[in-house]
Design a protein around this ligand. Structure first.
Ligand SMILES: Cc1ncc(COP(=O)(O)O)c(C=O)c1O
Length: 456
């Protein structure tokens, strides 16, 4: 019988996170203030606690995971590595497909890996309340879970379209004691401004981030901070525990390095988690194809520009060097809410520029088709975001068959879709729409980038 579950014990958990910033061949471009000056750590200190800012700017290759955090992570880690044997058989592929199952965390996705870490460091710093945004609701749920564990207050701004599509996500957050409101909301200056201009807007992560930051910095007691579920260096750092475990598990399965690594990419965190520990092998000469997969309706990596841009719509974040569609970009309401972000993490963006990874974009209809193939073979219901990784995995497995090659494919199963069934319902009843993003719309939303500092 083929072994389909490769398990580690708690004692095998990695004791350090891997920081790709230490190894990138051309380094990272520094974050800037709106007038193009370097951003100092102190300037970020109203938004994030200093212990996380230190991680954000660190160029140390390995960063220790404190023991109390290992205890917390051990609630669901190490996560299983599975062999997708039933999908392989269905596709008649010579490829061996492995996936890391991050859906087993309490909140149902990889987001818990950084949520508990960020809540813990904030608590250490004396913070009492965290604010955040959420797209699909996975990140908001994860932070609500983490804040409950660490006895912190939690306020979540959820992008309106997802708030309406997935009402039970709010219930989940409420169950862990958090407050969740639809964004744009009437509760912040920026939310009111957007609502006045676009009363029927579906919202975007860019707007929700602005609202959450506004609330955090407005707290005069200094006891509130903002927490981000993706994009930033320290968030990607925390997710590397995924790839570090996968490396050990592949070895146990008798494999060397994978030939292909795949992850869906919204802001880049789960993709970074599975791939970065292997990117260091690629930098040192190993041959691997590493694919971040985005939605074709929010195609920053495949059709955007690598330049400085804000992380949010109001321009409250530092300028980051990243692939972007422009911070005003308002994506159409696809079901993979976590892929509706206008930018890509600076670390992933720089690795693309350095030729270490090759992004691809998929339409949501093709992704739901892949999700159904997955459900019928492997049996589980994946998150709409995860379906993008599965669609690409299926294509790579078919390619291996056409080439007659026994490739090893590793992908990240970033979350389950048991709270995202509306999209499945629409697909199954033939009502899911394909979105073709026009070039004119893209060019228009990227025009604003010309007035920001340029990469030299
Ligand atoms: C299950 C799942 N996968 C992937 C993503 C995309 O985010 P990231 O690119 O940060 O992993 C999200 C975001 O909400 C998500 O919920």
């Amino acid at each position: 019988m083929v072994k389909t579950k490769i398990l580690l014990e708690e004692k095998d958990m990695p004791r350090q996170w891997y920081n790709l910033a230490a190894d990138l061949p051309h380094g990272l471009k520094p974050p800037l203030t709106p007038d193009g000056k370097p951003m100092s750590p102190e300037m970020l200190s109203k938004v994030f606690p200093m212990n996380l800012i230190e991680q954000e700017i660190s160029d140390k290759r390995w960063i220790d995971i404190p023991d109390p955090l290992l205890e917390i992570l051990a609630r669901w880690r190490p996560t299983p590595l599975h062999r997708a044997k039933y999908l392989e058989t269905y596709l008649k592929t010579p490829a061996r497909i492995y996936y890391k199952d991050e859906s087993v965390s309490p909140a149902g996705s990889h987001k818990s890996n950084t949520a508990v870490v960020q809540a813990w460091y904030n608590k250490q710093f004396g913070i009492k309340k965290l604010t955040t945004e959420t797209g699909a609701g996975q990140w908001g749920s994860a932070l609500a879970f983490a804040c409950n564990l660490l006895d912190l207050e939690c306020k979540v701004y959820m992008v309106r379209v997802s708030f309406d599509q997935k009402p039970m996500r709010k219930t989940l957050m409420n169950a862990w004691g958090a407050t969740c409101v639809a964004s744009p909301s009437p509760q912040t200056n920026f939310g009111r401004k957007v609502l006045a201009q676009m009363p029927d807007t579906p919202g975007s992560l860019g707007v929700a981030i602005s609202e959450a930051i506004e609330e955090a910095v407005a707290d005069q007691t200094g006891q509130t901070r903002y927490s981000l579920g993706s994009v930033l260096n320290h968030v990607l750092l925390h997710q590397t525990i995924i790839g570090l475990e996968a490396k050990k598990q592949l070895k146990l399965a008798g494999e060397h390095l994978p030939d292909v690594i795949i992850g869906c990419a919204g802001g880049g965190s789960n993709f970074a988690g599975i791939s970065f520990p292997f990117v260091s092998d690629k930098i040192h000469g190993a041959k691997m194809t590493i694919i971040p997969v985005e939605s074709s309706s929010c195609p920053k990596m495949t059709r955007g520009k690598f330049t400085y841009d804000f992380g949010d719509m109001a321009g409250m974040t530092p300028l980051m060097a990243m692939f972007t569609l422009g911070h005003d970009f308002m994506p159409v309401p696809i079901h993979a809410g976590g892929l509706r972000y206008h930018g890509m993490a600076p670390l992933v963006s720089q690795a693309i520029v350095d030729g270490l990874m090759t992004p691809k974009a998929y339409d949501q209809v093709k992704c739901y088709e892949a999700a159904i193939t997955w459900a019928k073979t492997e049996g589980t219901i994946c998150a709409p975001e995860t379906s993008h990784a599965i669609a690409c995995t299926i294509d790579e497995a078919i390619k291996a068959k056409e080439e007659g090659k026994e490739k090893v494919i590793l992908f990240n199963y970033s979350g389950h879709g048991l709270m995202d069934l509306l999209g499945y319902e629409k697909y199954l009843s033939g009502k899911l729409e394909r979105y073709a993003l026009g070039q004119d719309e893209l060019v228009k939303s990227m025009e604003a980038l010309d007035s920001l500092p340029q990469i030299r």
